[in-house]
Design a protein around this ligand. Structure first.
Ligand code: X8Z
Ligand code: ZN
Length: 597
């Protein structure tokens, strides 16, 4: 064994630090884990660096380098001997949590690309790279009424859909956003079959089950949890949906529909409903700011709570701004955060423009980045440098999105005039339209149920689009502007379906977690009302959050939740946050039928 002595020393120190020493063969196990950790870090860094290049410069050369790096990762970390060893160690009854967790991650990493079925794994790695190229080299065009067809960016489609004042233009933008689907369908089906094969080889019923297993849950348990969250939010959602139907029908002087036509909503998937509340124009608040300002202001939010400034490498290596329309380079246009060396090399890939949505997204991405920085400490082995669970990772930045959209904060930084009289219910209404209330039916409902069926059934090709719209109708109360046949592939227009697969429930759970954390922070630390409190310049909140983030995945997420908030995971805080709005909506909708099914 190369490097045996130093690794043994590291292993002993690690074991002593975590109280993981026990009598039997722990030295052997700790050496195994320490060796694995070194190997994992090296291979991760190579693969993640190559993936970064393949996402910042879309093309065959970067794709080929990504494929080569991932094949090396698969060969070394997916090998049969490693899998067997980890499975054997896991049979020991006296493992401490951290050891067990490390072993589970050895298996999870192997399961992504198992070397035990090399041909399938190779094909999967190649198919993933090819689908990414298809996703981000696609040229969108739009056919606006009375104008010639023109090429447009993803950002332009989002703005066009949310800001166009007439339904004909909205329809054109919405249709433009769906044109990519058919070109992704075959690649997606190929990926599904390969992903399911790799998951099956590691003993999972499907790829969906493999991804859910990171929470220590089965597919059915996750679906049940999603349904439970939905049951909680639906009474409020129906009220909101009803109020919006009446509001928009009056705006466009058309009859009130039972379901909302998708192009009425200013978002490609109706997962957020911007631009509906009269008198609140959030984009106007940042329209004269530069994209740089948005990101540095997001950093200021974190440093004002006592977090360190971002490493200089973040500014040097990130790819933060939208490309010029005539740029030859193409990049992934969806926002993401990266931890290249599992230490201080943290980056973000964004296409920031001065809109409120991007202001929120910058806060979201830096949440991931600060999580990376916090758990990059000697107590956390590389393999556990990840969230307590994936939803925690999503929750940090989304929590800061919430508190950075509070009127108190926007006044502190001069985006809202001190003298401007804001109606708190209207503000809360807007938060509900942009946040969990409209998001959860999409996340728990449409996305998670569709992906579950796609992988678990598995769904037939000619059922992919119909099942999607069945769920959009049932969960979101939204319908397509005109029938969408099986030749379309509308689920594939959502990037996560191809490149962040079977994980969308992470975002749903993050909404629940963040409200539970926020409620605790407001009651126990700030002693302020949740609907107006913010954390800007409150280092006591930063200290609380840092403690939550530092352990990474070395702690059990359920225990951490109870320790951090005094209660197990629950929607109570989220529902209470919106209770004043629910009462207001019930008054507004008195006498109306709030049902949409
Ligand atoms: O994908 C994201 C993040 C990636 S780190 C920007 N989100 C989901 C989406 O865009 O659909 C954040 C909220 C939901
Ligand atoms: Zn995220």
């Amino acid at each position: 064994m190369r490097l045996l002595l130093p690794i043994l020393l590291v292993a002993l120190v690690l074991s002593a630090l975590t109280g993981c020493l026990n009598e039997n063969n722990d030295n052997e196990l700790d050496v195994f884990l320490a060796e694995y950790d070194v190997l994992y870090r090296d291979l991760w860094q190579l693969a993640e660096g190559a993936r970064w290049d393949a996402n910042t410069t879309i093309g065959d050369a970067t794709s080929a380098a990504r494929i080569a790096a991932e094949k090396e990762f698969a060969e070394k970390l997916g090998n049969a001997e490693l899998i067997l060893q980890a499975q054997e160690y896991l049979k020991q009854g006296d493992l401490c949590f951290k050891q067990r967790k490390q072993l589970e991650y050895v298996l999870l990493n192997a399961a992504k690309f198992p070397g035990t079925i090399p041909e399938t794994t190779s094909a999967l790695i190649e198919a993933e790279a090819a689908q990414n190229e298809r996703l981000y080299s696609f040229e969108f065009t739009v056919d606006l009424p009375g104008a010639a067809t023109r090429t447009v960016s993803s950002n332009e489609i989002s703005v066009g859909l949310s800001d166009s004042p007439d339904l004909a233009s909205r329809l054109a933008w919405w249709e433009s956003s769906k044109t990519i689907g058919p070109s992704l369908r075959d690649g997606l089906v190929e990926l599904r079959d390969l992903r399911n094969e790799t998951a099956a080889s590691m003993g999972h019923s499907s790829f969906f089950a493999l991804e859910v297993s990171e929470y220590g849950m089965t597919s059915q348990e996750m679906i049940d949890l999603m349904d439970k969250v939905l049951v909680g939010i639906m009474p409020l959602y129906r009220q909101l949906h009803c109020w919006v139907r009446h509001e928009l029908a009056a705006r466009w002087d058309v009859p009130v529909p039972r379901k909302l036509p998708a192009h009425w909503i200013g978002n490609k998937w109706s997962q957020a409903w911007p631009g509906i509340v009269e008198g609140i124009d959030l984009d106007a608040l940042v329209a004269d700011k530069s994209p740089q300002w948005l990101i540095t202001q997001a950093e200021r939010y974190y440093t004002s709570m006592g977090f360190p400034a971002l490493p200089t490498g973040f500014w040097e290596k990130s790819d933060l701004y939208a490309l010029a329309p005539d740029s030859e380079r193409k990049k992934n246009t969806h926002a993401s955060a990266w931890h290249i060396d599992l230490d201080q090399d943290v980056r973000s890939l964004m296409s920031v423009e001065p809109t409120f949505d991007w202001l929120q997204t910058t806060h979201h991405e830096l949440g991931h980045v600060y999580y990376y920085l916090m758990y990059s400490n000697p107590d956390v082995p590389f393999v556990l440098r990840t969230g307590a669970n994936r939803a925690f990772h999503e929750g940090v930045g989304t929590l800061i999105e919430l508190v950075s959209s509070q009127t108190s904060y926007l006044r502190m930084i001069g985006l809202l005039d001190e003298s401007e009289d804001i109606d708190q219910i209207q503000w809360l209404l807007n938060q509900a339209l942009l946040g969990p209330v409209t998001f959860l039916p999409f996340a728990c409902g449409t996305m998670t149920h569709w992906e579950h069926d796609f992988y678990e059934e598995p769904l037939a090709v000619d059922e992919m689009n119909t099942r999607w719209w069945r769920y959009v109708g049932e969960f979101q109360g939204v319908e397509p502007p005109s029938p969408r046949g099986a030749d379309w592939c509308d689920p594939a227009t959502k990037t996560h379906i191809s490149d962040d697969p079977a994980q969308y429930y992470d975002y749903a759970l993050s909404s629940v977690i963040l409200h539970q954390l926020h409620d605790h922070i407001c009651r126990e630390i700030l002693h302020e009302t949740p609907q107006t409190a913010t954390y800007y310049e409150r280092p006591e909140v930063g200290a609380y959050l840092a403690e939550l983030l530092k352990p990474g995945a070395t702690r059990d997420w359920r225990e951490l939740m109870v320790e951090a908030t005094g209660a197990p995971l629950s929607s109570r805080a989220m529902l209470e946050y919106y209770q004043p709005l629910r009462e207001w909506l019930e008054e507004q909708n008195a006498g109306r039928d709030v049902g949409f099914d």
